[in-house]
Design a protein around this ligand. Sequence first.
Ligand code: GDP
Ligand code: MG
Length: 395
Amino acid sequence: MSKVRIYTLAKDLGVENQRMLEILDGLGVSYKSVSSTIEEETVDLIKQILAEESTEAATETVAAEAAPAVSAPEAPAKAGSDDVAPVASSEAPAASATAEIPHRAPVVTIMGHVDHGKTSLLDYIRKTKVAAKEAGGITQHVGAFEAQTSKGRIVFIDTPGHEAFTTIRARGANVADIAIIVIAADDSLMPQTREAIAHAQAAKVPMIIAINKVDLPQADPDRVKTDLTQLNLVPEEYGGDLVVVPVSAKTGEGVEELLEYISLTAELEDLRADPKAAFGGVIIEGRVDRQQGVLATVMVQEGTLHVGDFLVVGENYGKIKAMNDSNGARIKEAGPSTPVQILGFSDVPNSGEKVASAKNEHAAREVVASRQSDRRDVENARVQRRKTLEEMMGP
Ligand code: GDP
Ligand code: MG
């Protein structure tokens, strides 16, 4: 044994992929994805760390048993914070708890250079993989859709381009689990392709390369693979761990394989979320509809949303009056990895804003009030600092 893939090792040692990546981060070992390979010495180090951890855990359990009836110390609560559900965190929960947490569908974003076929690819998938709409449903832009594949559900964010990805990330949320980088076979790597790759790498989101337009006579997929290698992204067939799938959004060639690779990557990532946990989600997009008012698409990340729930977004709150799935069908509740369109906010929320639920209207108001006062404190402190500075500088 010389080199071993991260996910293989994780499976062998019975730990989450996420935990494995945290350990590698801690060791300063670089990797591209869970399918990257690591050296034997690193494997030894990881085993050592895990062994130490389990010894510590055992000691703690003994200590806890020796001193029962005392609940775990809680972090000091901020005003109103106990009334609001925590926003889903990307941290993997403790290994012992994950076993019962069900898997969730992957959320996929498509990025790439202009005209390389992002919209066409999404359209093809939507056309072939989305169940027919409910009768009477009005086609509305929701910003996401759910594809049914033989390997299960896949959720696509359908605002292609980097803006959606970066604005969401800029607000500290991570909504995508997998990034598809579309590269046209007749054009190869272009500036926005490199940007897209850089975004996915910065977010540590696993990438799948879709070489599109392979139906064109001038298509040159080998050139794309060679160009990728120059960026240190080595396709699997060249001995690396980058998944590269040739596709055509026009003929549909390769799309099925692409979906399979998405499901496989999702499996390796071991994506899970608890539908019974406190609700946490992210705004995908918000807009005003002339007839209906403010509509917001929310991605449920943890827990379950119900019609009638109170939601808090930034300094706004709202009550869910009605909820649609991405097909336009009215639904009453929605679990993890479900994009839903919500009617009930009075102000248009921004994409990337985190959404939490509150017990009732009173609690929602309190959270908003506390956020407003926190913001004012920060602003006042800034004004005060400037005044002090001006005084120090003299007239
Ligand atoms: P986007 O800017 O990345 O969203 O690219 P579009 O989806 O708008 O596609 C740009 C152009 O390429 C359009 O004229 C599409 O019809 C065309 N196109 C997209 N995918 C394919 C493909 O697989 N084969 C061919 N021949 N043309 C494609
Ligand atoms: Mg487009």
